[in-house]
Write a protein that binds this ligand. Structure first.
Ligand code: GTP
Length: 389
């Protein structure tokens, strides 16, 4: 099904760095998911290997003592957790929520074990602060998660670490203050950079949506264009047809449109096109029917699940409404009345290819023109004969 128009629902909440529209935010995260999974799996593997390598510093600081084994256990726990999460993300291809949960679990386990290691090496809190700063930057910038979650985890870890420093490091006030301010700085710039990155990916996604929408829509009327019909609609409408439902198409053309242009100017002609297309768009069921500007003053309605009689009824209703609809011809102030001719082609079980239905409706519309215009012609197409084996 072609997308609904992208209009006012593209706003981004600048504080949370997320789309305000929940559905759009979800669509964006789903679109990002393959990249998110790759980034998460790689970061978890890379960082856990580094975390393991740092066991060398435990041995250098403590020597081989019972505590060293404990610290090795903590580091192995982090590696096991990170590798499990990376494997899950890489192999099982989880959705957005599960990927974020994996990121949060890995971050929490790593920070928890880091605190244990810091506690067992209380003489080196200066170095631990540096390690924590690097871990915080990884959390903000490299592990894909919600900005709010990353901020909460990083802030909580910083608070716990400063509490441990105060309780166990025996640091003088000046050192403690410097550490507090440096960690606050890391958190501030980490959060700002993460926000900037999150905003950039959403702005990129929004620009893509706007461009795709512009490529698939007619600028004047907002209806889908022929490109959309061929790129998007042909497959989906036919898929619906194969489900055994009826399928109808209506092709309509404004009568003597050239005369409107010639008598009232192209601006008035455009106003007629816009008002006529609004009439068609108003009857289209959202997410089901499609309205396509097929040519200059020709429009196509694709109506899945609509029988011939329902299609004819709709076309007849549109014909009457069009004939009774006054359009203001802007430049000369004239009120313009116009009519349109309609061709309706249907198939009962959706087996007829959409292009064949459109072709039939086109011929029927020209029959309506030949028969005096301002009328509806219709035809039920027989199901194609089964192919010989
Ligand atoms: N104002 C305006 N005119 C357009 C647009 N696209 C096509 N046209 C004009 O639509 C007119 C179509 O004329 P014809 O094909 O002769 O059709 P008609 O006058 O409606 O005659 P019948 O279809 O036989 O009833 C041409 O003059 C085109 O220039 C558009 O976007 N805006």
């Amino acid at each position: 099904m072609p997308r609904p128009p992208v209009s006012g629902h593209l706003a981004i909440d600048l504080l949370r760095a997320e789309f305000t529209d929940r559905l759009l935010e979800t669509a964006h995260l789903e679109a990002q998911l393959p990249r998110t999974r790759r980034q998460l799996a790689f970061t978890l593997l890379f960082c856990s290997l580094y975390f393991l390598c740092f066991f060398a510093t435990d041995v250098a600081a403590l020597g081989i003592v019972p505590d060293t084994a404990l610290l090795l256990g903590a580091r192995l726990l982090v590696a096991a957790c990170a590798w499990s999460c990376a494997w899950l993300v890489w192999r099982r291809r989880p959705g957005v929520k599960a990927s974020r949960l994996a990121a949060t679990v890995a971050e929490s386990v790593a920070l928890g074990c880091f605190m244990v290691i810091a506690l067992h090496r209380p003489g080196e809190f200066h170095w631990h602060a540096m390690s924590l700063a690097i871990m915080l930057l990884v959390i903000y910038l490299f592990i894909p998660n919600r900005l709010a979650t990353a901020l909460a985890i990083a802030a909580a870890a910083t608070a716990v670490f400063l509490g441990l420093t105060l309780a166990y490091a025996g640091m003088d006030f000046a050192d403690l203050l410097t550490m507090c301010m440096l960690l606050a700085l890391v958190n501030t710039f980490g959060a700002l950079a993460a926000r900037r990155y999150q905003l950039a990916t959403r702005e990129e996604y929004r620009a893509r949506l706007v461009l795709e929408d512009a490529a698939e829509r007619d600028w004047l009327t907002g209806c889908h264009n022929r490109r959309c019909l061929h790129d998007v609609l042909l497959d989906t409408a036919q898929a619906r047809g194969h489900a055994g439902q009826p399928l109808s198409v209506i092709l309509c053309d404004i009568d003597h449109f050239k005369r409107i242009n010639d008598s009232h100017g192209h601006g008035a002609g455009d106003a007629v096109l816009v008002d006529f297309s609004k009439l068609l768009q108003a009857v289209a069921r959202e997410g089901v029917d499609s309205v396509i500007r097929y040519g200059g003053e020709e429009f196509l309605l694709v109506l899945p699940g609509t029988s011939l009689s329902a299609g004819v009824q709709l076309a007849e209703w549109l014909r009457q409404r069009c004939a009774a609809m006054p359009v203001q011809g802007h430049a000369d102030g004239a009120t313009i009345y116009t009519t349109a001719s309609f061709g309706v082609a249907s198939c009962a079980d959706g087996d007829t290819p959409l292009l064949e239905l459109i072709d039939a409706a086109d011929k029927l519309m020209y029959t309506a023109k030949r028969n005096g215009r301002d009328r509806v012609e219709s035809l039920l197409l027989a199901a194609p004969l089964p192919k010989a084996a």
